[in-house]
Design a protein around this ligand. Sequence first.
Ligand code: 8DG
Length: 140
Amino acid sequence: MTDPVLVVAGAVLAGHRMLVAQRDYPEEVAGLWELPGGKVETGESPAEALVRELCEELDVVVSVGAALHDAVRPKPGLTLIAMRAEIVSGTPRALEHRAVRWVDSAELAALVEAGRMVPNDLGWAQEMVAELRTKRREPS
Ligand SMILES: Nc1nc2c([nH]c(=O)n2[C@H]2C[C@H](O)[C@@H](COP(=O)(O)OP(=O)(O)OP(=O)(O)O)O2)c(=O)[nH]1
């Protein structure tokens, strides 16, 4: 039996916007948008893995905050979690993705509506649409 895989994705936040990244592979999700991240390696905490992955994928250093509400289990042996994060240094660039972009609540909702988010991330996207909408109303 193969070992269970844990993937951690980052809800990278700046003010009332969140970063989304456009997958380049595999074919069934290429062109769709996700929360950047990757597999937690042996001996790493999810937060440590997220810091490493976002450095490798986006060339940024992040601080990691609270997890989003739901874990996603697309198939036996694969669990996806997402954690909020903020950039401490660097400007995100797409080193392993096709593109990256910042979205506010309306833009994220539009990606969901158009079927342009990866299916596994739909719950997180809904949670973040609501959260970004709240932030929009806060004074910056
Ligand atoms: N990073 C990331 N992976 C996701 C998301 N949603 C989702 O279903 N996945 C899946 C796709 C993959 O099966 C797995 C993680 O793939 P990955 O390609 O990002 O991870 P990685 O960099 O560690 O792995 P690798 O491709 O270098 O082997 O989780 C998401 O929002 N972010």
